[in-house]
Design a protein around this ligand. Structure first.
Ligand SMILES: C[S@@+](CC[C@H](N)C(=O)[O-])C[C@H]1O[C@@H](n2cnc3c(N)ncnc32)[C@H](O)[C@@H]1O
Length: 233
């Protein structure tokens, strides 16, 4: 296949998000201007060397679609021994995360504003991650949009390639149909085992912060499903 053919395939790929610019607050804009050069990475920089990026060798954890970054900063503050790379396409969310990094003087977070699939494919070395977190990805409720869901067989294989042996892939969703879809995809994905046993969900591990949105959901009796799969080989 020629390079041109490859390019066309990339361009035609169905995206898991719709890029809405949204309004940036002054603070978020300042954070993007002043802090992104320090904490941010771009896909144009190519392959990441984690030792250089963090200046040490911690556990490497990737969060895909961190939203406003509240959970990510809480995890990073609670676990200073870990290094976190967060990816989010929504710029106000990235600005917000950068503001929190500054406020809490966190040294163990780096951030990307690119499509997670491109970052995984082009920037993350194989077998380099201890964990991949995917918390409350866009559920794409309508059946005709299910193809936009980020969790698909190819995505599972990409995550598998990037995890170290024994590394974990943790997903959470509040949409039952997506939870079932995740379970179907992951149960047939080669090289993964469900740490809870076949077809089973787990209760929220302590390291995943309870979001405000989730607390409200609990009060209304809504469910949340956590799935954790381990890379076997
Ligand atoms: C429903 S929100 C959940 C945000 C956050 N994880 C939370 O629990 O509040 C999903 C987020 O994933 C982001 N997203 C979707 N697809 C993405 C991709 N391919 N790369 C990076 N971010 C993505 C969206 O911009 C959105 O902010």
């Amino acid at each position: 296949m020629s390079i041109d053919a490859n390019k066309k395939i990339t361009l035609r790929r169905i995206r898991s998000f719709v890029r809405r610019e949204g309004r940036l607050t002054k603070g978020q804009q300042r954070a993007l201007d002043e802090l992104f050069p320090r904490y941010g990475i771009t896909v144009q920089q190519g392959r990441i060397n984690f030792d250089v990026l963090f200046g040490r060798r911690g556990h490497r954890i990737l969060e895909i679609g961190f939203g406003n970054g509240v959970s990510l900063t809480e995890m990073a503050a609670n676990h200073p021994e870990n290094d976190y790379l967060g990816i989010e396409v929504h710029r106000p969310g990235v600005g917000n995360l950068l503001l929190q990094i500054e406020r809490q003087a966190l040294n163990n977070i780096r951030v990307s504003n690119d499509d997670a699939l491109e970052v995984l494919e082009q920037q993350i070395p194989d077998a380099s991650l201890d964990a991949v977190y995917l918390f409350f990805p866009d559920p794409w409720h309508k059946r005709k949009h299910h193809k936009r869901r980020i969790v698909q067989s190819d995505f599972a294989q990409l995550v598998h390639r990037k995890l170290k042996s024994g590394g974990i892939f943790h997903m959470a969703t509040d949409w039952e149909n997506y939870a079932e879809h995740m379970m179907d995809v992951m149960s047939t994905a080669a090289g993964f085992e469900n740490i809870a046993g076949s077809g089973q969900y787990i209760t929220r591990p302590e390291y995943r912060p309870l979001t405000k949105f989730e607390q409200r959901g609990h009060r209304l009796g809504h469910g949340v499903w956590d799935l954790v799969f381990r890379k076997m080989e």
